[in-house]
Design a protein around this ligand. Structure first.
Ligand SMILES: C[S@@+](CC[C@H](N)C(=O)[O-])C[C@H]1O[C@@H](n2cnc3c(N)ncnc32)[C@H](O)[C@@H]1O
Length: 235
């Protein structure tokens, strides 16, 4: 099918469980984004996330108009954060970026057995924490924090948040993070949920629907599998 479209000069995007036909893919013409993307992807699996990374960078860039720091819960090797920092020239920004991770996979107290079975076998942890510290050492305003979300917020907690990326692959951990971080979210803060729309993450999706519903918000489900919320204090 891909070939048929391409023979007619029509675009296809068939990666990362997303089939999109005849789209402009305008992000591919954003030189700053493409440069940051190419400099940070390690392999085809990373590269397949181009559309998700575009969404993530778009939301972070939109948050530049909002007061507060940037936060990512679930960093692994730092793909998303690496693209964002290069794309926005984060070293020049008067704000902090906090990257929270156990650097040891999903902890049992904040994940289901199924979530751990789905996620943990895919990680390889040898030297990852040090590699992430090294990766972001050039950014004096990026803070790599090793610890369990949400308990880690007892020791490190931003005052105000303009941009929040939740990518823990565990619904209980993500909503527990929201319980702790919500008072710090600025009005208009951008919140990206990396796995909200993924079929294999039904429990995570339900946890977010419940949490955001209780807090007067709805989640925009994107074809990339992500969820997007613009946080409003008076909802
Ligand atoms: C899908 S990966 C994150 C991918 C990452 N955003 C990237 O740029 O590639 C999920 C990460 O969440 C971390 N994690 C899961 N549950 C956690 C928790 N409760 N506290 C801290 N880290 C957690 C895992 O260790 C893992 O590195």
């Amino acid at each position: 099918m891909e070939q048929v479209y391409e023979q007619h000069g029509l675009t296809t995007f068939m990666q990362d469980n997303l089939v999109a036909l005849m789209r402009n893919e305008s992000f591919a013409a954003d030189t700053a984004f493409v440069t940051a993307f190419l400099a940070n992807v390690d392999d085809d699996k990373d590269a397949a996330k181009m559309w998700r990374l575009h969404t993530f960078c778009w939301a972070a860039r939109s948050a530049m108009a909002i007061e507060g720091d940037f936060v990512e819960c679930g960093t692994y090797k730092g793909l998303y954060a690496g693209v964002l920092c290069q794309y926005l020239r984060f070293e020049l920004l008067p704000r902090q970026f906090y990257l929270f991770d156990t650097f040891a996979g999903l902890p049992p107290q904040w994940s289901t057995e199924l979530e751990r079975q789905q996620a943990n076998p895919g990680y390889q942890w040898d030297g990852v924490h040090q590699a992430v510290l090294d990766r972001f050492a050039i950014y004096s305003n990026v803070n790599v924090v090793k610890g369990v979300v949400p308990e880690v917020f007892d020791s490190v907690m931003p005052d105000r948040i303009a941009f929040l990326h939740l990518d823990l692959n565990a619904g209980a951990a993500e909503t527990a993070a929201l319980d702790r971080l919500m008072p710090c979210l600025s009005d208009g803060a951008m919140v990206v949920l990396d796995d909200f729309g993924r079929l294999e993450q039904k429990d995570l999706c339900k946890a977010h629907l419940d949490w955001w519903g209780r807090h007067g918000h709805t989640v925009l489900e994107l074809p990339t599998g992500q969820g997007l919320v613009v946080y409003r204090k008076n909802m």
